[in-house]
Design a protein around this ligand. Structure first.
Ligand SMILES: [Fe+2]
Length: 321
């Protein structure tokens, strides 16, 4: 039975400066029509907004991401949310770290400020509602009593609609430098890592085990966008819904070790992925998560099929069909 939960306000660790959410992202894609087809099939609410496509989840007013037409797929910027009364202190803190503030990209308004990270990625800190969860997200594994059928007919299966953007994994030239930059400048905290290959960071004001993660590559780039769904059943159903629409390449069903989430990754038209994710670990605002450094063979996934051989290839900048 699903417990009914009351409203939970934004959680916060008082007296600590840190971003509270991955607020939104912008990405260049070579074909907006193809993008619209892919993300609509994935179950997102894709809206045409001027020369952008806005990526929304049904039942939530927040724009999690936007897509702009460009010569090739490329992560354009990441925007992180901060509490309003932290903004001025944050600006001084970032500049105090020797980071130069820069103008916003053309066409994007900002109530905050912009700079580049250790890899040259464009970053915004903006005042925003806390969209990272303030408690562990609810998940369910619905079962029925004896003498009833639990599964619907396949033709009656409901379309999967993710609830929110969960996290983003990007490539970096240097995982150590990424950890240093994002913890010291943005106030994120290390959740877990695997040597210099991958690292997962959470928000100090309460967030999933990771709201951003970094994987080693020879260039920056997007590896995947992760979208939260409410059950393992929806992870599998989402994968089927995509395969039925021609998007059958990917990896899953499986369960990760670091973060513990159940996953299925669907390969997008540009060689990166959108992930259906469920039941990821949660780090509360009042909890000090003990970060671990884990051997690669012990840290990737507990169970699942063998990943595609190019699963961790950074295709950014290359045209994919
Ligand atoms: Fe993920």
């Amino acid at each position: 039975m699903t417990a009914i939960r009351g409203f939970v306000g934004a959680s916060r660790r008082e007296g600590v400066l840190g971003i509270h959410s991955m607020d939104n992202f912008n990405m260049f894609v070579p074909d907006l029509k193809k993008a619209q087809e892919f993300y609509t099939a994935f179950g997102l609410d894709v809206r045409e907004e001027g020369n952008l496509l806005g990526l929304y989840t049904f039942g939530h007013g927040h724009r999690w991401g936007s897509l702009t037409e460009g010569p090739s797929k490329k992560m354009s910027f990441l925007s992180f949310g901060v509490f309003e009364d932290d903004l001025q202190m944050f600006r001084g803190h970032v500049e105090g770290q020797g980071v130069k503030l820069i103008d916003p990209p053309p066409g994007f308004e900002s109530n905050g400020f912009w700079f580049r990270d250790h890899d040259g990625n464009l970053i915004e800190l903006r005042v925003a509602e806390k969209t990272s969860p303030s408690q562990k997200s609810e998940t369910s594994n619905i079962s029925v009593a004896a003498n009833q059928a639990a599964a619907p007919l396949r033709s009656k299966a409901e379309t999967v609609h993710p609830r929110r953007l969960a996290h983003i994994l990007i490539f970096t030239r240097d995982v150590d430098r990424a950890i240093i930059f994002y913890t010291s400048v943005l106030g994120l905290r290390l959740s877990d890592r695997s040597g210099d290959g991958i690292a997962f960071l959470h928000g100090v004001h309460g967030s999933d085990h990771h709201l951003v993660a970094f994987a080693k590559s020879d260039a920056p780039g997007l590896h995947h966008l992760s979208w939260d769904v409410g059950s393992i059943n929806e992870v599998g159903l989402g994968a089927m819904q995509m395969a039925d629409k021609g998007f059958s390449r990917g990896w899953g069903l499986g369960r990760h070790v670091l973060g513990s989430n159940y996953f299925h990754y669907v390969r997008d038209p540009w060689g990166s992925y959108s992930e259906y994710s469920s039941d990821i670990d949660y780090v509360s605002a009042d909890h000090d998560w003990q970060a671990g450094d884990h051997a690669p063979e012990d840290a990737f996934y507990i169970w699942g099929p063998t990943p595609p051989s190019d699963f961790t290839t950074n295709y950014e900048g290359e045209s994919q069909t």
